[in-house]
Write a protein that binds this ligand. Structure first.
Ligand SMILES: [Zn+2]
Length: 334
């Protein structure tokens, strides 16, 4: 067998592996074609036609995380109708199914859906959970939902609105955790960390925090100590601090490693220098996740392949599904 055949065999195996995705955003999971379709259908809401192609160039890293986050300016223009959300959610599950993903924790910040559709946050959350359950059942993929709070001036208000909606809906089981995302340079009020910890305790919800993506390991320490994080999103700065690496290992806090995203945002300069090699060396737990496979124009399998190339070893992938089951917030999979 020549090396080309060998490569194709490796690709085939990766795609056929059962997988769990512990870090994926709903809008980032929608395929480019579906997103364009919805933007086209809803074009009456916009003053001009939006070309999202420039936002989807995956071969070139963005100049910064801020530039990558700007993609959301486009992706947050939809859905402007309940039927669009239904299309988006079904497309998300179709994409997961294609990649043999057996369970997924899907994130969304909810608030913008309520604003776009002029409905309450409770109603927006109800829409999301209804479609999550419908398509989870239809495609046989276990799904949990994680509301995302964005760092910024309204983070406390948004947190409280999400909590109120969660309570109003009777604390649905499909909500498995809470996430904090957005600009890490923004200093959130201390009250936010307390709200995360108290809510975790009161409702037995898990916490994941996007931290250490822009180079500061202190944000990971803050997430663990002050927010009570059970997992860390990205965490690429962890290996800069021995103390943080030790903390992750001792507390068995899993890092959600998203290779394609890390490369595109510039969180890692080169995939060969991805800190996941340090996580392996120091027994820091991690799982491979996709983050935004739709606008990466890729899939979780592509992340697996990049990871294998980065560490030059496929053995870590062999038990990846077991690790994903161990660290998922969805109950009953462990
Ligand atoms: Zn993310």
């Amino acid at each position: 067998m020549n090396s080309k055949e060998n490569d194709s065999k490796k690709e085939l195996c990766v795609e056929f592996l059962p997988k769990g995705d512990l870090h994926v955003h709903l809008n980032g999971l929608i395929s480019k074609a579906m997103m364009q379709d919805i933007l086209h259908k809803e074009k009456s809401f916009y003053s001009e036609t939006i070309d999202i192609n420039p936002y989807l160039e995956k071969t070139k890293p963005y100049k910064s995380l801020q530039e990558y986050i700007r993609i959301w300016d486009v992706f947050r223009l939809v859905p402007n109708h309940r039927s669009s959300l239904k299309l988006m959610m079904e497309d998300a599950f179709i994409n997961l199914k294609k990649d043999n993903v057996r369970f997924a924790e899907i994130r969304n910040s909810v608030i913008y859906i309520s604003l776009l559709n002029d409905i309450t946050v409770t109603e927006a959350l109800r829409w999301l959970l209804e479609y999550l359950d419908v398509f989870s059942e239809k495609y046989g993929i276990k799904a949990g939902f994680i509301p995302t709070v964005s760092r910024g001036d309204y983070c406390i208000d948004n947190f409280k609105a999400l909590l109120k909606a969660y309570e109003a809906l009777g604390c649905p089981k499909s909500i498995v955790g809470i996430d904090l995302a957005g600009d890490e340079d923004y200093q959130c009020p201390k009250e936010l960390a307390k709200l995360f910890r108290v809510t975790k305790e009161k409702y037995n919800l898990k916490i994941t925090i996007h931290a250490g993506e822009t180079g500061n390991p202190n944000n990971i320490r803050d997430a663990i100590i002050n927010y009570g994080a059970d997992r860390i999103g990205h965490g690429t700065a962890a290996s800069k601090s021995k103390e943080v690496m030790q903390l992750l290992k001792e507390k068995d806090i899993c890092i959600e490693v998203c290779p394609i995203s890390n490369y595109l945002t510039g969180a890692v300069k080169s995939l060969n220098k991805h800190p996941v090699s340090d996580f392996i060396k120091n027994n820091v737990p991690f799982v491979i996740c996709s983050d935004n496979p739709g606008f990466h124009d890729a899939s979780l399998s592509e992340d697996y392949k990049l990871f294998i190339n980065a560490v030059n070893d496929s053995s870590q992938i062999e038990n990846m599904f077991d690790k994903q089951k161990k660290y998922t917030f969805i109950k009953g999979l462990q």
